[in-house]
Design a protein around this ligand. Structure first.
Ligand code: BTN
Length: 260
């Protein structure tokens, strides 16, 4: 379950992402670890990787489980000097990055993205992303956690309707975690640069390559509120646009979505 830093660094083609990397065999959560070590991090783009998490955090206070050594579990520390950038994109970017990497290595894999940031293969969830804002002053500081089921599917907590899968179970690619992470960070940095350059349209169109087709029927549930309608794209800030039964365009910023 060791971390092979040579494989990681040989395959990393970035300027900042992953240039400061920490490996922890077992920790509670990489997001928590990063929050506790913020003062000692040197670079925006610093990464912590864990072999196993004892208290992995998922969205909506769910638990994110893993089988030791068989998932990619990491968090990236990102600082935005410009606090006017829409932070909603921060979770979109790693989802697109992973989707691109998976498709590159298995062109036949049916990779898709489910808003806001689930990565699916053949409709099953292979990865989840959890962003936490740790400072929203003039420099916005965030921790973006990414969990990918690589070799096996862990027991899932109550996850709504999405069935889980793993890279090994649903593609022909058999990457080491180090290679997968290096590939993802390489794509992620390119996309992050687009965000810094305010190229939102480019990001939306990259997402659209894996997102649902316009007109797909969707249902968004949050607490007791259900909105149904057809997919009408992503808005300026990455929010989901749904056209409801009355033809009204609804902007969705949170919640879980399922496709019909
Ligand atoms: C989701 O619910 O879909 C998001 C799951 C995010 C899990 C990752 S694993 C690495 C990082 N550390 C955590 O505690 N959570 C994220």
């Amino acid at each position: 379950m060791e971390w092979d830093n040579r494989v990681f660094s040989w395959n990393l083609i970035t300027r900042r992402f992953g240039r400061e990397v920490y490996y922890q065999e077992v920790i509670d959560s990489t997001n928590r670890w990063m929050r506790a070590h913020l003062d000692s991090l040197r670079l925006s783009g610093a990464v912590v990787v864990a072999g196993h998490q004892t208290m992995g955090k998922g969205r909506h206070d769910r638990i994110w489980n893993d089988i030791p050594g068989s998932s990619l579990l990491c968090s990236v520390y990102l600082r935005l000097v410009d606090n006017t950038l829409p932070v909603g994109y921060l979770t979109t970017l790693p989802a697109i990055a992973l989707a691109r990497v998976l498709r590159k290595h298995d062109q036949l894999a049916d990779v898709s993205l489910k808003w806001p940031n689930d990565v699916l293969i053949a409709g099953r969830k292979v990865a989840g992303i959890l962003a936490e804002i740790v400072d929203c002053g003039r420099n916005v500081a965030t921790i973006v956690g990414l969990g990918v089921n690589v070799q096996a599917v862990p027991r899932m907590s109550a996850e709504g309707s999405t069935v889980p899968t793993s890279v090994f179970d649903s593609t022909t690619w058999r990457p080491q975690r180090e290679l997968l992470l290096a590939n993802v960070l390489t794509e992620w940095e390119l996309l992050f640069d687009m965000l810094l350059d305010k190229e939102f349209e480019r990001i939306r169109s990259a997402w659209g390559e894996f997102g649902p087709s316009p007109g797909t029927w969707m249902r968004r549930v949050e607490s007791d509120t259900v909105i149904e309608g057809t997919f009408a794209g992503l808005g300026e800030c990455g929010q989901l646009l749904l056209r409801d039964g009355d033809g009204i365009l609804r902007e969705i910023y949170s919640g879980d979505v399922s496709y019909a």
